[in-house]
Design a protein around this ligand. Structure first.
Ligand SMILES: [Zn+2]
Length: 68
């Protein structure tokens, strides 16, 4: 399995491009894990855990992670 597999936007089915990595603490298991922030051409912003655990893409509540 590869981290580089192409992902599509659940909202518009557009291609997602990885824009940022954010280290955060995961409440489910108390681990510090990177989140991968991705955006499609329509600026829908999603993130997921870099290790692929605990579900897939979720809406990212911090869109400024990509612009700042
Ligand atoms: Zn989209």
């Amino acid at each position: 399995m590869s981290d580089e597999e192409p992902l599509t936007c659940p909202q518009c089915d557009g291609r997602l491009t990885v824009g940022a990595m954010v280290l955060s603490k995961r409440e489910e298991d108390g681990q510090r894990v990177c989140r991968v922030v991705s955006a499609c051409d329509s600026r829908h912003i999603w993130w997921r855990w870099s290790d692929g655990l605990y579900g897939g893409l979720e809406p990212c509540p911090y869109p400024k992670l990509l612009t700042g």
